[in-house]
Design a protein around this ligand. Structure first.
Ligand code: PXG
Length: 288
């Protein structure tokens, strides 16, 4: 396996960064999880835009244009002969000292691109849907670490994931600081009710899959698409619930906190959207 590391393609064994890297020491950096489908990197430009927005807010200069970053992703896929796969693009603050002051990293970030095969939820969960719970750890306050930042500091989500693991379920619903549903640990959340598709407005990452699904629901299924504050009560009483993310795509949810959602089976809107989503993943992106 070849890894892109600071402009070079190196063997996996040689793809190493310093123990003084501030991504390791402090979670000081940004990342993207991206997917390629049959030689198309799905919405790569949008992923790169989001990465650069995170870096802009974190005052990290990648030293590369967006065009160069896109070319680097494609180069890494080609070097690994991957037409389909999962890409992890990581930008760390770079090598500093043991203090947290980012100035010590001298504006030289480490840029890493890993392209690998994708690991998915088991098929059974797509067929039967997920049973998930709300966990005590709430999503970061926007003025602490804004959930829009896809930073390397994922402890907030990891704590919630641990709580899901402890509860014996595959995912966790996280609330925002006001008690409204925000998102899951690595996925956005949607509900269907009365010909409307609803998804949380605040406290969540603006997922690339989320955007794509909202467009498809509006244009192809003519659903009303609403971004708003949503309570757990509304989710419990939805007709359908599903999660979206680069890795999971769309995955149905059939139980939340012990409450059966709708019929308790993956719903028709979820299944239609999944089919439509599969169609666009092979068209909408950077071809290579
Ligand atoms: N919310 C959060 C907090 C995320 O991290 C999404 C939503 C979905 O966004 P996209 O753009 O992928 O539709 C993410 C995605 C994992 C994992 O192992 C998830 C993500 C990144 C890395 C790993 O579940 N992020």
């Amino acid at each position: 396996m070849k890894i892109y590391l600071n402009g070079k393609l190196v063997e996996k064994e040689n793809a190493r960064v310093s123990v003084f890297d501030h991504g390791l020491l402090y979670g000081d950096g940004a990342f993207e999880g991206i997917r390629a489908y049959s030689g198309v990197v799905f919405r790569l430009k949008e992923h790169i835009d989001r990465l650069y927005e995170t870096c802009h807010t974190m005052l990290i200069n990648t030293g590369m244009t967006k065009k160069e970053m896109i070319a680097a992703v494609v180069k890494t896929l080609k070097a690994n002969n991957l037409r389909d796969g999962y890409i992890r693009l990581v930008v760390t603050r770079g090598d500093g000292d043991l203090g947290l002051d980012p100035r010590k990293c001298k504006g030289k970030p480490n840029i890493i691109i890993i392209a690998d095969k994708i690991t998915l939820y088991p098929d059974e969960l797509y067929k039967n849907g997920l049973n998930i719970v709300t966990v005590p750890t709430m999503r970061n306050h926007p003025e602490a670490i804004n959930p829009q930042l896809k930073s390397l500091n994922y402890l907030n989500n990891i704590m919630a994931k641990i709580e899901a693991n402890n509860a014996g379920v595959p995912e966790a619903i996280m609330l925002d600081g006001s008690g409204y549903v925000a998102e899951c640990t690595g996925d956005n959340i949607f509900m269907v009710k009365a010909n409307a598709l609803k998804t949380p407005l605040q406290g969540r990452l603006r997922g690339i899959t989320r955007d794509a699904v909202m467009e498809l629901a509006g244009k192809k299924l003519k659903l009303e698409v609403i971004e708003t504050m949503i309570t757990r009560h509304e989710f419990y009483n939805a007709e359908e619930v599903f999660l979206t993310g680069t890795a999971a795509e769309l995955i149905p949810v059939v139980k939340i906190d012990g409450r059966v959602i709708g019929t308790g089976r993956p719903g028709p809107v979820t299944l239609k959207l999944l089919k439509l989503f599969h169609e666009v993943t092979r068209k909408d992106g950077v071809k290579f």
